[in-house]
Design a protein around this ligand. Sequence first.
Ligand code: C2O
Ligand code: CU
Ligand code: CU
Length: 474
Amino acid sequence: MKRTSIVVGLVTTVVVVILSAIFLIGASDPAERISTNTTAVARLSIPPLLEPTIENGISHYTLMIGTAEHNYMQGRMTDTYSYNGMSVLGPTLRLRSGASVAISVTNALEEVTTTHWHGADVPAEDDGGPHSMIVPGATWIADFDVIQPAATLWYHPHAHGFTAEHVYYGAAGLIIIEDDNPAAASLPSTYGVDDIPVIIQDRTFKDDGQLDFSIDQGEDGQLYSTLTVNGTINPFIEVPNGLVRLRLLNGSQGRVYRLGVHGADMTKIASDGGYLARPVALEQLVLAPGDRAEVIVNVGSESAALVDTTFGRVLELRPNGLASRTGVLPDELATIERISESEITVNRHFRMGDVRNFWEFDARWAINGVQFDMDRIDFTVQLGDTERWTLTSDDGQHVFHPHQIQFQILAINGEPPPPEEAGWEDSVLVNPDREVVIATRFKSYAAEETPYMFHCHILDHEDLGMMGQFVIVE
Ligand code: C2O
Ligand code: CU
Ligand code: CU
């Protein structure tokens, strides 16, 4: 090394140290807490169900992404993105397991975007990842058979470098898959009545009421100050007395929620990929960006509240005095055939972290040392194989999410997962203190030419390059 470059290196290091000290002081969490002692002010908005038209046995759904305006706060309109002309977010797609569907997505924005079916087991060309770009004015059609069991999934844009921004402005919606599972008959299932979509997102508003968006290079991604649920601030919903199902989705850019229920019990019945084997009573549930969970709350004669350790109350559940249709939870929900060690033929290791050099300012979030390259396939899977993946973080908190597959957690720090994490998952939290080993069977679709993504679901990290691609071959 020449003397000048040593000097430049030293000066840069000093500057970086001083700047990071300033950032650390300034980086306190801006979250505005809502006390459970207060009464919620706004009725929770419920995204409408999107009805399909059925033609030749195929259920057709029509989506259009565009700009809109939403009344987050009384008297001020906020510019948003949404689907189907809604003021924010998109309608809920209810799909039937076993059905053939065709979903058309028209881009009415003035920029390129995509729409991805998060958690769906679909062919790569119908998956809506960064390769399925929809230019302004164009329509893209995803057609596939619904080959997975009942679950709560979601859809959102996935244009590389713009995912965080498009989701933040409001483009996202829920997907509910229903099936013939007999256990479901005794669960609350009237949409918007005792089966409630709960899309949790943090936002920051500027003085003029507009959304304040930014990408944060740090390990948490950007954390915003105001909590919104289905686009409503400080919401309540009137629900029957008795069992109520909440379909929780963390649609935030980077924030992890630690949720519980005040004034009633909370029981988890489903994870990302569908029902757990049996209901699990929980005090607290960790929901990382991209994660879903279905919980049952037994609402009594007083208001109960969904709460978060940081924000306080998330949603007030106000009893309407009517008795709920459902009384007792079934003991068994689904049969989950555990993946055995003997099935596994391939092992992979995914190391997540920031690979910047000490003289660089900008984070270079990467998986196995490399950042996203749309022209590079990172690995190839053989259709029919069962693989074991070890997920570790060298630094920072991450949410590992592969497309197409639902996986099982084999171990967290060498221990078997607790029952609430022993179902099917498509997103999992990994940090330097939490090493996760997962296993998955590749049994549905192969496509040599079209890759599936795997990435961190902290959207700042994803947009900054923490993503790779794999193909599945026959
Ligand atoms: Cu929500 Cu690539 O995913
Ligand atoms: Cu996804
Ligand atoms: Cu990450």
